[in-house]
Design a binder for this molecule. Sequence first.
Ligand SMILES: *Cc1c(COP(=O)(O)O)cnc(C)c1O
Length: 353
Amino acid sequence: MSRPIHAHIDLSALTNNLRAVRRATTARVMAVVKANAYGHGLLRVAQALNGAEGFALLDVRDAITLRDAGFRQTILLLEGFFSQDEVPLLAEYQLTTVIHSQQQLAWLDAYPRKNGLSVWLKINSGMNRLGFTPAEFPAAMERLKTHRAVRDITLMTHFATADEAAGIAAQLQVFNQLAAPYHLPRSLANSAAILRYPAAHGDWVRPGIMLYGSSPFADSSAQQLGLQAVETLSSQLISVRELRAGDGIGYGALFRADHNMRIGTVACGYADGYPRHAPSGTPILVNGQRTRTLGRVSMDMLAVDLSNIPDAQPGSRVVLWGDGLPVDDVASAAGTISYEMLCAVTARVPVSS
Ligand SMILES: *Cc1c(COP(=O)(O)O)cnc(C)c1O
């Protein structure tokens, strides 16, 4: 038998979460599958979400993988093209591209053919990452409207604080004001805005994290939002031992027993993608019971408290996150977000669905 760590992807949870998007909006759904579908596997996720009207990702090679696999939906490159050589691929594979910079406009101008491209023109409404500022936008718009390579234009923006108290009002106002003179399709909303701000749904919504069953908000759980965990990362105990008061655990002896206690060693470490900075006390399930990690996470192992789980023994099932233990609970204990943890699962972890 091989090392017992394993990631299981629940495909019916993905389709359930797509239904949760549908309940929230009547807009078309651009399922965000960047970063290998948030670590879940691009093709398996696209198959489970085949009901979506589009897929958004970053890498033109991944977009071509989806086309070659037979997906006919809109496929959107969220950062557009990164060089002039990628421009012909857009037409060849019918890929939709974001245009966010003057450089991209110049590359497009240098492409000689009539092209029938669909482009999403990105407005920087306040995130200050990508996109044309309100001052630059009208000129970019004029260039694209009459561009020989362009067939249709969608206007988009991205919110910085849709999941926070600050909300989206200021950015929404900037966007709406710029978009008002043009009767073009619009796309603004990530998961948080889909769930909280119907006024920002526009024509296309762009859910990511909610499809994977995690909450975009610190103050409401996935379960409260009707979302189901998609990925379960599980492993087993490979060793169980008794500590005496004063004994330390792991590198740095960061945790020391203050009384006699039973602990276990789990076959999972930071080389599997478990966060090394998760402190003692991070929640974890052993035999379905919630307990806590102890000491520093090693490359291939971590320790758990078995004081209240007398039936635990080598071979007992351990859930790092997923079924029965929301990834959001682990993320908040570890001082990170579910997005990062889901993307961090490494290639050595076998995945099945
Ligand atoms: C990643 C991303 C999304 C999805 O965000 P979630 O918070 O995961 O829903 C939407 N739009 C853009 C432009 C993105 O980069």
